[in-house]
Design a protein around this ligand. Sequence first.
Ligand SMILES: Nc1ncnc2c1ncn2[C@@H]1O[C@H](COP(=O)(O)OP(=O)(O)OP(=O)(O)O)[C@@H](O)[C@H]1O
Ligand SMILES: [Mg+2]
Length: 310
Amino acid sequence: MSQYIIETENLTKNFGRFKAVDHINLKISRNKIQGFIGPNGAGKTTTIKMLTGAIHPTQGHGHINGYKMGSKNGKALIGYAPAESLFYSDMTTIEYLVYIGKIKGLKQSDAVNKACELIQYFGLEEATHRKPIHFSSGMKKKIIVSQALINDPKVLILDEPTANLDPTARIQILDILQKLMIERDISIFISSHILSELESLVNEVTLFNKGKIVLSGSLNEVKQKYSKGIYKVRTSDNNLFVDKLMEHCKVLIKKITIDPSGDLLITIIPKGKEKFELIIGPIISHYKISLIKFIQEDVSLDEIYKDIYK
Ligand SMILES: Nc1ncnc2c1ncn2[C@@H]1O[C@H](COP(=O)(O)OP(=O)(O)OP(=O)(O)O)[C@@H](O)[C@H]1O
Ligand SMILES: [Mg+2]
């Protein structure tokens, strides 16, 4: 069994002569949350629509848990929450969820049970017999995400589930996604522009632009790659430590400054990180220096995004 629940090969979508998605090899791991990030018009929704089988690729193909993308079996494993919420004007929340459940092949009684369970899970009890068409954006989004779960999917695909929501509604949706991830055997693929919120949620990221994957991997790998190579260090004798660094590995060091708290900020040359980390141990043990703090400064998704798209 592949480690990926979804894999595509050269997935491509042309609109006329315009390549909206251009030969992408996307990989979504099992039981992980992957962020799909890119500017407006990058091709995120087009990609998502191909994954869900809503539109056909011009070229290339993909598999969902081994089933062909767009096939009945493949589609049955996916729950999809589109960016735009469209509701029937005469349906209540429960009627809507049951209706979607039946479209997905559930029996009436199973659809009702599942709809009730989801209403509870999403805290929508007081909306049960009201019509979503009149709801706030936050409530509508919750219903759109809940309908995507009606068939207990293996993969939940969410197109900007927190767009235009206030911070409270956003946090509620993100908390539910986190809870889903912990409680169920599910993978989540989520497109968003709000990188700070993705940062605390996702394990993997794919950065996307002009129909192509720019960068993809685990959040840690991506952060390592874009790390500025700055270490925050405090020792029992900072002066001696700096002297010995300059004596033993001057070539690896770009800059050393001191921050307001007295910690050393040591900037390493690109590709020098591995050697630098290896040399620290022998220096401190040989000169009997205690290492009190040794932290590689984190780089945010926002900074990575700015670096890539500037
Ligand atoms: N049906 C269509 N016909 C022609 N062009 C289309 C069609 N759908 C999308 N496009 C074009 O394909 C490109 C990618 O659109 P897409 O909606 O996938 O981007 P996106 O990354 O989801 O953007 P956003 O962040 O604004 O939602 C855009 O230039 C868009 O105009
Ligand atoms: Mg879109």
